[in-house]
Design a protein around this ligand. Structure first.
Ligand SMILES: Nc1nc2c(ncn2[C@@H]2O[C@H](COP(=O)(O)OP(=O)(O)OP(=O)(O)O)[C@@H](O)[C@H]2O)c(=O)[nH]1
Ligand SMILES: [Mg+2]
Length: 393
């Protein structure tokens, strides 16, 4: 009788232990991730909320719905687009090689290269040799590149000194300011892009790690998307001190431009990086624009043109160091339907020092979930904020 009782107690204890172990395993997101992916990476806590799942560590299958593989559909009106200098030829070739081998040899979208001066013969020959697709080489019209007449040289030089004291990178480099302004408000008006709607922005030296077997532009078109990103990071508040106040001024003049399904909660978030919000007036979390797959019709809309003109007149591209990344991100966050913004989480990507690395057999040389390469910058990742305040698609 006593022995039977002990046996029953032992069995109950074993069952309870098993139950607890199972519960512990399935309630621990880290072990779920490990179970699914076999990856050892554990993402540092960076704020935001991944809503219990980490999409970069779960097996990645690409976006849902009908996707068009190579040869399955006509190409749409799109180009791969690079602003680049002759002396960046080597880096451009390396980026092209990656994108051609993972995507473009299957789809043959044309490349359009832009420069503020003539491309060299060597640049043209060596880049064209990397692709079967057409390469176009375009010079930027002077009135799109030059510093506008209303910018005061002395004030700009003084401002550069102040920015340098605040350690704002590239603040003394005029061409960097010009590049940011062109990428914010000019590129889509280049005559060479007149009949083109979609672009994939590619910088020299970036890397692509995963096979992309569907036409990304047709995905955007079919699914009514405006903007695709891979990485979100926090900005340097010192580079954009008055960008948000000027934006609020603009919004007060055009309250109708605020989209009913906007991402204001994402922009206004003060919880995840309070010190940035305090300095800049908004969260500073933005789409990192060295990668963009997007619809130029948004940049060509009256509301965006009005916004860019307002900012351009305010002078912050030159008196501060407003980047095209925060300008694009704020415009999208306020004036576009947030459901039209898509995270291309299946596109493995690196622009030093950050990565987007999905967990997929289509990817190589990129550790799933990795965000930086030992530079201690993991806390700059703010993709989770986008998931928390907008959505995960
Ligand atoms: N033609 C031309 N291209 C430029 C100029 N300045 C920058 N670019 C290009 O504009 C893009 C962005 O410039 P980067 O110097 O990479 O700026 P960044 O990505 O903020 O800086 P890094 O972190 O150093 O890469 C790159 O594709 C550059 O090749 C310029 O004066 N002329
Ligand atoms: Mg760059």
């Amino acid at each position: 009788m006593v022995a039977k009782g002990i046996l029953r107690a032992l069995i109950s204890l074993a069952a309870l232990t098993t139950l607890l172990l199972v519960f512990y395993n399935y309630s621990s997101p880290a072990s779920i991730r490990r179970a699914h992916s076999g990856a050892k990476f554990v993402r540092p806590k960076t704020g935001g909320s991944l809503k219990g799942i980490d999409p970069l560590l779960n097996p990645e299958k690409g976006p849902p719905g009908k996707l068009w593989g190579p040869g399955e559909a006509e190409r749409t009106s799109a180009t791969l687009l690079s602003l680049v200098r002759n002396n960046e030829l080597e880096g451009m070739i390396s980026a092209m090689r990656d994108l051609e081998s993972t995507f473009n040899h299957k789809f043959n979208y044309p490349w359009t290269f832009f420069n503020d001066e003539e491309f060299s013969k060597e640049f043209k020959e060596k880049t064209q040799a990397e692709t079967k697709a057409e390469c176009r080489y375009e010079i930027i019209p002077k009135d799109h590149w030059e510093i506008p007449s209303w910018i005061n040289d002395d004030l700009m030089a003084e401002s550069a000194k102040i920015l340098e004291e605040k350690k704002v990178q590239y603040s003394g480099l005029k061409s960097y300011h010009q590049m940011c302004r062109w990428n914010s408000g000019k590129f889509y008006d280049h005559p060479a892009l007149k009949d083109i709607r979609w672009y994939w922005r590619v910088e020299p030296k970036v890397h692509f790690f995963c096979d992309v077997d569907y036409d990304v532009f047709k995905y955007m078109e079919d699914n009514n998307k405006t903007y695709g990103f891979v990485i979100n990071i926090y900005d340097s508040p010192e580079s954009i001190e008055t960008l948000w106040p000027h934006t609020l001024e603009f919004l007060a003049e055009h309250p109708d431009y605020l989209h009913p399904n906007n991402a204001m909660a994402w922009l206004a978030d003060a919880k995840n990086r309070p010190e940035h919000h305090q300095k800049a007036g908004y969260s500073t979390c933005h789409f990192w624009s060295n990668f963009e797959i997007a619809d130029m019709d948004f940049w060509r809309s009256k509301k965006y043109r009005d916004y860019f003109d307002h900012l351009d007149r305010a002078g912050g591209f030159f008196y501060e160091r407003w980047g095209d990344a925060p300008v694009h991100s704020i415009a999208l966050g306020l004036m576009e339907d947030k459901n039209k913004i898509h995270w291309f989480r299946d596109i493995g990507y690196q622009h030093i020092p950050y990565f987007n690395c999905p967990s997929s057999p289509k990817c190589s040389s990129c550790q799933a979930g990795r965000f930086t390469d030992g530079t201690g910058l993991d806390q700059e990742d703010c993709r989770a904020n986008w998931f928390e305040f907008a959505h995960m698609d």
